[in-house]
Design a protein around this ligand. Sequence first.
Ligand code: SME
Length: 168
Amino acid sequence: MPYFVRPSVNLNTEEKEVAYSLAHAAIAATVGGEDNEVMKMATVNSLLKTYLPYYYWVGFYLVHGQRQLIVGPYQGTLGCLYIDFGRGVCGAVAASERTKIVADTHVLEEGKEHIACDPNSRSEIVLPVHRADGSLLGVFDVDSTEEASFDAVDQRWLEQILRDTFAV
Ligand code: SME
């Protein structure tokens, strides 16, 4: 594993609630009222990675043209540059505009249902990111090196944080 990236450390439900509450408050205090999307994406990545120890790769893929995503601001090892709608977890979420949680990426068909930008990725959550006008900005992708890092608690908090940050 590259020297600059630490393996994930899972949290229990109570620890997640505390960490997300702190991260949500820090994000609101830092970019609340800001308009620049790049600034907000970079800040969301940084603060969530600071408070959640199982966040191995965290970042955004942005809608590019009609049916493609391109990599946006992220933190972690090298991310794929292009993802077609419908391909991988990110492409599936961009097409459906519904959150997807993957407990074990190894059970997915590689190259079709999952794209392994980093072989250390083992579980994943991907959420659609909408603007205030309802348009799809892209998707928010988080990878963990541990199995089953993500659940309904992550989904609830991340949907709240993304709504409060980008759909206002
Ligand atoms: N795992 C994602 C691809 C993005 S890399 O993980 C950063 C997918 O299956 O769409």
